[in-house]
Each structure stands twice: as C-alpha cells, then as structure tokens.
Design a protein around this ligand. Structure first.
Ligand SMILES: Nc1ncnc2c1ncn2[C@@H]1O[C@H](COP(=O)(O)OP(=O)(O)OP(=O)(O)O)[C@@H](O)[C@H]1O
Length: 264
C-alpha cells in the first residue's frame, strides 16, 4: 500500500549547512499495517512524513502509494490518498467554520467537483453518526464553530476528518504530543479504535516510546536519516522500553539521546 524505495533527501547540499535528512530509506507497508516510528531528534521522521505527503520531494528514490508512483504528484494532488493529523490541534481544522462545514470539506476532498454539495440533510445525518462514534457529544454541536472546541475535541475531529474518507495511508504526526495526559490518552484510545475498525494503513510518529510499543503491529526506529530497526509483528508484542534502548545502544554504539523522548 505504501512503498519507499531508496529514498534520499539532503538539505542545503554542498554547503556548510548540509544535512542528510533521509539516506537510502526503504520501507514497505502492507494494507492494514499500523507502523509506529520513534527516533532521536533530527532522525528524519518529519522529513519522511513530508516526503510521503508531497510537502517535500525526494532527491532520489521512489514513493509509491496504492501501487502507483506518486513522485510527480504535489501535496494537493496526493490529498485524496492521504489522511494526516498534525501535532498542533489547530492545524487540521478550520476554526472559523462549523463542525459540519469542516466535515463537509473533508468529505468532499476526494469527490468530483460537481458532487461537492456542502452540507445536505443526508450528509448531516451521516456526519452525526460519525461524530457519535467519538463519544464526545460533538454530534449535538454540528453548527458550533470549531475554534470553540478544546484541543482534545479538535484533535478527535481532525482524526475523524482524516480517516472517514478511507485514504490509502493515514499519517499521524505526533498527534497526541500537544495534549495534556488525559486528552492524549483519549486520542490514543480513539486512534486505536478508528484504525482497527477502518483497517487503514497507518504510519505514526511519536516521541512516547510506550505509546509506540502499545499501538500498531510494527515499530521502526530511525537515527541520522536511516531506519536502523524494524520490529516485525511477531516480535512487537514482547517489546519493552528497556529492550528498545538496549537495541539502540547495540546498533549505534551510543546511548539513545532525545531531549523530547518520553521514556515511560
Ligand atoms: N527545511 C529544512 N532545511 C534544512 N534542514 C532541515 C530542514 N528540515 C529538516 N532539516 C534537517 O534534517 C534533519 C532531519 O529533520 P527532521 O525534522 O526530519 O527530524 P525529526 O526526526 O522529525 O526530528 P524531531 O524529532 O526533532 O522533530 C535534521 O538534521 C534537520 O535539522
């Protein structure tokens, strides 16, 4: 469903500021895989997400989504293929629009222009049903402006908007990191449920090692632009933070250093 073949990305090549952000990255996700990504600061995690979504283009290598090479497609052209939730709850929704208008916008994302009808009665009923699945009471606030929602509510709405059109790939970019622990836990549980119910192929970046261990069927660790560890489904169940840190030390000959990593 998602395939990266020998992807390279260098920033400021040939200057004193040269940074190899991705080096020969190979990654393949099968339909329904839920892969969590951890790594030290500057490991290349955001660059990887940006290369997949078309915010950035690789210098070399191939990106395939759903069996098609998308290297030439710009971000907006890939939008129907990709659902993305960002760290910032403000990023995924339009604050001055209502909940139902935001949902209508997301719903229209991969429909032909003539079918983009905005909010119809049938759609309102459908949106209400989707919102009910969040168990946050948002189904009763369809005409409330999204700017009035709490960070957790907005992130739940972003998650719904990113997933209910069944994209080929769901990208979760530290999407619980800006929330307080209770709300982060709520969004984590919602993520688990939505991904399990929808069977979406998912890639999630997190600095929280325990979250990376608890969610998904595969875990990859990045360092200095490379995927240095890929824990398959059959080994993921027995992973611990201690084992991950030891593994990093064994592979890199140094201790895992990340000023933002949440180790417990
Ligand atoms: N637009 C850019 N211009 C120059 N260098 C960049 C740019 N974006 C990223 N980099 C560099 O590329 C490397 C990878 O950055 P990236 O943001 O992908 O890492 P990350 O794993 O997401 O880090 P963090 O966990 O700190 O967010 C870093 O060395 C970073 O400084």
């Amino acid at each position: 469903m998602l395939k990266l073949n020998r992807v390279n990305k260098i920033f400021n090549e040939g200057t004193a500021d040269e940074k190899i952000a991705l080096e020969d990255v190979n990654l393949e996700l099968k339909q329904g895989d839920f892969v969590t990504i951890i790594g030290s600061n500057g490991a290349g995690k955001s660059t990887l997400m940006n290369i997949i979504s078309g915010v950035l283009f690789p210098d070399e290598g191939r990106v395939e989504i759903g069996g098609s090479v998308v290297n030439q497609l710009k971000e907006h052209q890939r939008a129907p293929l990709i659902g993305r939730v960002f760290q910032d709850p403000m990023a995924g929704t339009a604050p001055t629009m209502t909940i139902e208008e935001n949902l209508a916008m997301a719903y229209s994302r991969n429909r032909p222009r003539k079918l983009r009808k905005g909010v119809t009665k049938a759609r309102r009923d459908m949106f209400q049903e989707y919102l009910e699945t969040l168990h946050l009471g948002l189904e009763n606030r369809l005409t409330a402006k999204v700017g009035l929602l709490s960070g957790g509510e907005r992130q739940a709405l972003s998650l719904l908007m990113a997933t209910f059109t069944q994209p080929k790939v769901l990208l979760l970019d530290e999407h619980t990191a800006a929330l307080d622990p209770a709300r982060a836990s709520l969004i984590t549980q919602l993520t688990k449920r939505i991904v399990a119910d929808s069977g979406l192929t998912t890639l999630m970046v997190t600095h929280n090692m325990q979250q990376a261990i608890d969610l998904g069927n595969r875990l990859i660790m990045m360092d200095k632009g490379m995927i240095i560890l890929d824990v398959p489904p059959e080994q993921k169940g027995s992973l611990t933070i201690e084992r991950l840190l030891k593994e990093f030390e064994r592979l890199r000959g140094e201790k895992f250093a990340s000023d933002r990593a949440v180790l417990g």
